[in-house]
Design a binder for this molecule. Structure first.
Ligand code: GLN
Length: 538
């Protein structure tokens, strides 16, 4: 294989321009030409990882196969490319400093003063190169979080300057900016873009390609202006128009020949026009649904759609697969009670109870589950959602008064969900949950076995509490089956109610593994059950 090429994606003018989607689209296009790619995210904050962050800060925490708690952009990378990411694919300032400080304490700097340049920038460059040095990839694509000009991203821009100097044509910088439309003047304005490129230049980095996010098409004159003021050929000025769906972006970037420009700049062969046949088929199904189905998402971060990003995307994959539009209605768990559940949830064809931590909204989740169970409405519980389903069944079917998870009531007489044994000695919060992929063996008589079509699966986890095996027999005898078990530690990973059309709870997070190429079977089957339910109640 030729030397690995490095693509850096930076952002200017403002955040939320969709850098993650552009990055994932570049990976998709290069992959569709037959190149191997991996995609990395830099987060300039000082947290070591986002695992301890509240979802209000940066949205969902995405978990990789190897158990890294990462930024949600890694979810986009996996959903687009269908390639697993790992701890090395998410770098934070906290992790960089932690490594450098550990080396300093170890005496590795041999008496030198440890400084931002070169020690922090060297560590940043090492983390850029670590994926390239595996020899597995033609391209390492690194998205730098934040906006150029932020104080906290300066060391990263400096490290990129050094990488370009060291690697020449094996390194390209794609700068995503905003071209603003001024409605009053009926004009697109390039000045903020010019300023953000100037900020890059002050730091010694000339972007090679400028991708302009815009709500209107860029005319030739605008492209020329940006080319002139930002020192790039006009072929390197690309438009990124607002898209109907994030899944349109790879096709829009193909039309703009963004991949071609990158290949030219890095002296890579242009052969093999990107083959996106399967991707186009997916989009066609997504955009031509045969009907719609309303599904409730019950959680406590309903005002924040990034908090349940992977779940919402998994529904989109399952929508396309079923050729049915899923309309997700987010409902705040704090608003639901046993008395109003029928009114609030009555029009829904299925209910998904979301993962989460902490007491807030638990009672509403339990009421929603009770309503779905008693009315035979499809129910899908993920992680905390499964734990609440166990609590609900314990209380209302088995008659275990005040049954609970010890996370919420340590004194409960029926601790049907309890802290895992090896969690009992843990004090530190960061990176200490049961994280990443673990095997699960599925009970052959179960519904989930039919759904997966196999006995041994691996799914990703992020939790401290678990079904309490002391009660397995009680639950099983009353009709709640432990349908999937971790064979090493005998942990219940899936439950289902035998006498219900679709009532499944999983201790793991299937949403992390759903991709465009491989929609998750549980989501596909759940949506199918909801469609069936909506038809039967018509
Ligand atoms: N709070 C629960 C636990 O730690 C559930 C976690 C989750 O939903 N990810 O076990």
């Amino acid at each position: 294989m030729s030397q690995t090429k490095y693509i850096f994606v930076t952002g200017g003018v403002t955040s939320s321009l969709g850098k993650g989607i552009i990055t994932a689209s570049i990976a998709k296009l290069l992959q569709a030409r037959g190149f191997s790619t991996t995609t990395q995210k830099i987060d300039p904050y000082i947290n070591v990882d986002p695992g301890t962050l509240n979802p209000y800060e940066h949205g969902e925490c995405y978990v990789t196969e190897d158990g890294a708690e990462t930024d949600l952009d890694l979810g986009h990378y996996e959903r687009f490319s269908n390639v697993h990411t790992s701890q090395a694919n998410n770098v934070t300032t906290g992790r960089i400093y932690q490594t450098v400080i550990n080396k300093e304490r170890h005496g590795d700097y041999l008496g030198k003063t440890v400084q931002v340049i070169p020690h922090i920038t060297d560590e940043i460059k090492r983390s850029f190169r670590v994926l390239g040095e595996t020899g597995d990839y033609d391209f390492v694509i690194t998205e730098v979080g934040g906006t150029v000009g932020d104080i906290e991203s300066l060391p990263y821009v400096e490290a990129i300057r050094q990488m370009r100097f060291e690697l020449g044509n094996s390194c390209v910088v794609v700068h995503l900016t905003l071209v603003i439309y001024l409605a009053a003047a009926e004009e697109l304005k390039t000045k903020p873009t010019q300023h953000s490129v100037k900020t890059m230049l002050e730091a010694g980095v000339q972007p090679d390609i400028i991708v302009c996010r815009s709500e209107k098409h860029l005319g030739e004159n605008i492209r020329q202006k940006i080319s002139l003021f930002c020192n790039v050929p006009i072929s390197s000025v690309k438009e990124s128009i607002d898209a109907e769906s994030i899944y349109d972006v790879p096709l829009l970037m193909r039309d703009e020949k963004l991949d071609e420009e990158i290949l030219k700049k890095t002296d890579m062969p242009l052969a093999n026009f990107p083959d996106l046949t399967n991707w186009e088929r997916f989009l066609k199904k997504l955009k031509n649904p045969k009907g719609t189905v309303d599904i409730g998402l019950i959680g406590k971060y309903v005002e924040l759609k990034d908090a349940y990003k992977s779940i919402l995307e998994s529904f989109i994959h399952a929508s396309a697969e079923n050729e049915y539009e899923v309309k997700v209605k987010t409902i705040h768990s704090e608003t639901i009670t046993d008395d109003n559940a029928a009114d609030l949830l009555g029009g829904l064809s299925g209910v998904l109870v979301a993962p989460g931590f902490g007491q807030r909204g638990i009672d509403g989740k339990i009421s929603a589950i009770r309503w779905a169970r008693e009315n035979k409405v499809p129910f899908f519980g993920i992680c905390l959602g499964m734990q609440c389903a166990v609590v609900e069944f314990g209380r209302n079917v088995l008659g275990f008064e005040d049954a609970h998870s010890t996370e919420f009531n340590p004194e409960t007489p029926y601790p049907v969900i309890d802290l895992m044994e090896d969690q009992k000695k843990i004090d530190d919060k960061g990176g200490t949950m049961r994280l990443g992929a673990y095997p699960c063996r599925i009970e052959k008589s179960s519904k989930v076995y039919k759904i997966y079509g196999e006995e041994d699966i691996r799914e990703r986890h992020r939790h401290r509490y678990e079904f309490n095996n002391k009660y397995t027999k009680d639950f099983q005898d009353a009709g709640m089956l432990p349908a999937g078990i971790n064979p090493e530690e005998n942990l219940v990973e899936m439950i289902e109610i035998t006498d219900h059309p679709w009532f499944i709870g999983v201790q793991f997070h299937p949403e992390y593994k759903s991709t465009v190429a491989r929609p998750h079977p549980l989501f596909v089957s759940f949506v199918e059950a909801c469609i069936k339910h909506s038809k039967s109640s018509e």
